[in-house]
Design a protein around this ligand. Sequence first.
Ligand SMILES: [Zn+2]
Length: 104
Amino acid sequence: MSKSHGPAFRKELKPLMECGTCRGKGVICGVFHQLDCTACHGSGWVCQLTGDALPLEDLVPQLNMKLRNLAAELNRARHSQRGAQEQYEQNNRRGAGGSNYTGD
Ligand SMILES: [Zn+2]
């Protein structure tokens, strides 16, 4: 327990931005083939504050948090979209109800 420079107790989401060198693609088009972008370790993301690539041990959990946040957001958006769609269909059914009844 004498280490003074251990990892932080809790991982924090750092602001990331698209890597300017590869424009977020993580690869650079070389003359013959694509090369991993060294400015961002091929991740497409760099630290927004310093503009530098995060070390891999930071980058991976950061990307995980970012991805999880986006996935949760997407999930929420999908749910609310489905809600609106159901409401629309209900209204539609109610509006058209009865008029095309073909029973005897
Ligand atoms: Zn890059």
